[in-house]
Design a protein around this ligand. Sequence first.
Ligand code: SAH
Length: 508
Amino acid sequence: MTNSSKGKVVLVGAGPGDIGLLTLNGKQWLQKADVILYDHLVNPDMIRFTQNSAEKIYVGKKEGVASMEQEEINQLLVSKAREGKIVIRLKGGDPFLFGRGGEEIQAVQQAGIPFIIVPGVTSVTGVAAYAGIPLTHRDLSSTLSIITGSNEKKQGDIHIDWEKIAARSGTLVFLMGARKLPLIVEKLMSFGKNPDTPIAVVQWGTTARQKTWTGTLGTIVEISAKDKILPPALTIIGEVVNLKPVIEWYEHLPLFGKTIVVTRKGDQAETMIDRLRELGAEPFFFPVIETIAPDDWAPLDNALNNLSQYHGLIFTSVNGVRFFAERLKAVEQDIRELKGLRVFTIGPKTAEAVRNLGIRVDVVPENFVAESLIESIGKENINGKRFLIPRATVARETLPEQLREMGAIVDVAPAYQTVLPNTPVDALKKRLAEGSIDVITFTSSSTVKNFLALTGEELLPAIKKITIACIGPVTGKTAKDAGLNVEIAPEQYTVASLLDAIETHQSG
Ligand code: SAH
């Protein structure tokens, strides 16, 4: 719904890279956005906070080449807001620090468009924190200068007053100076700064690709010579750099530097993503499954209208529980109809979802696979008893078949179906080519199949080389049968256990 009165521009700082450094305000605006214009340095995973219907426009520069001119960006902000849309201008770090945020808002203001500004965690403080370098310290530095490393006018020089800057005593931070490091240190030394002054260069701070070089003004060029320092990189100069060995923490997290692909979607993915970030990994969100209503509700509706005939209700997934509960409401029934039914689930997460509805779970088997549940149920006398399994349209037949063999009557009712979402493959393709994907995680056979369907034949050779982590033996077999390199299989078939197994594998 758009009307011209609500049109506005919201300038949002996205923080330096780690998705957790987006502010609450920023996230809320992303959720409300009709249009999002985002830059190169914005973590593209943030786009998952937006509505599917929102228009996402990449306007970033790459390798110095603008994919869109500044003037064009300004005009786009104005024209989209004039259509009555909430336009989010998402920029790396803080938008008012070397981000042209001021220029863009001036254009918006001149056009008479209302605007809001949401500050962000600048890379200056964010990257320093993740590198373990306090920018000020009572014993070492009482001032901080934030300096551009790239406002060159002619001959690649940087247009700043080097003499005054070299004379400053506190901490100096240069942005945009990755390629200008030799020039920066040479200028500072030639204007009198002590060659022994400590310096750190931090590349891709707050992300899995964070890399730091430390030395002194006199040695840093040689120290970093064998590596090519590429943007984005931040240079911190001053005595505070010496505190890094004591304070650094991010680089010591167990999964630091690892990029791990998460193929689940929605709430289920959030838990996994949060935990991965806590362990220092960079989650790469690549959803391969979307759950939607089944084509035909008749079998489930029929069962719901005759619940009293059932002995037991078996849930095999969180989605099964969710859609079952929604449908129960839709047919104007409630959980009171479940009185007297025995409730079974395969795994603990499914059990939790059932309990959240206020329903007691009678049995969760020891191992979280269908076979284990069959074993548990088999201990009861189920001959002639009727069971309902609300589940995905397409699923393994083991459970119903074996229960039938044991004399039970089993109704399988589709409660949802899974479909392929239109997840863009480009970013994954690039990361595979760079060799910067460490692990791909699968939590069901359908995530494996859908992943391969989305990525296609072309990427298969690259994917076969990546370490695969599968939640359980069934998923593992599907992946192995497809020729994938399954190296991580947890003892318990839960996401928590899967993450533990990844941690052990990757730190081993
Ligand atoms: N508005 C941004 C800065 C934009 S200029 C902010 O507040 O952070 C872009 C420069 O920011 C880069 O050249 C680099 O110097 C710095 N930068 C941004 N993200 C960074 C990161 N993750 N690691 C290191 N430097 C970063």
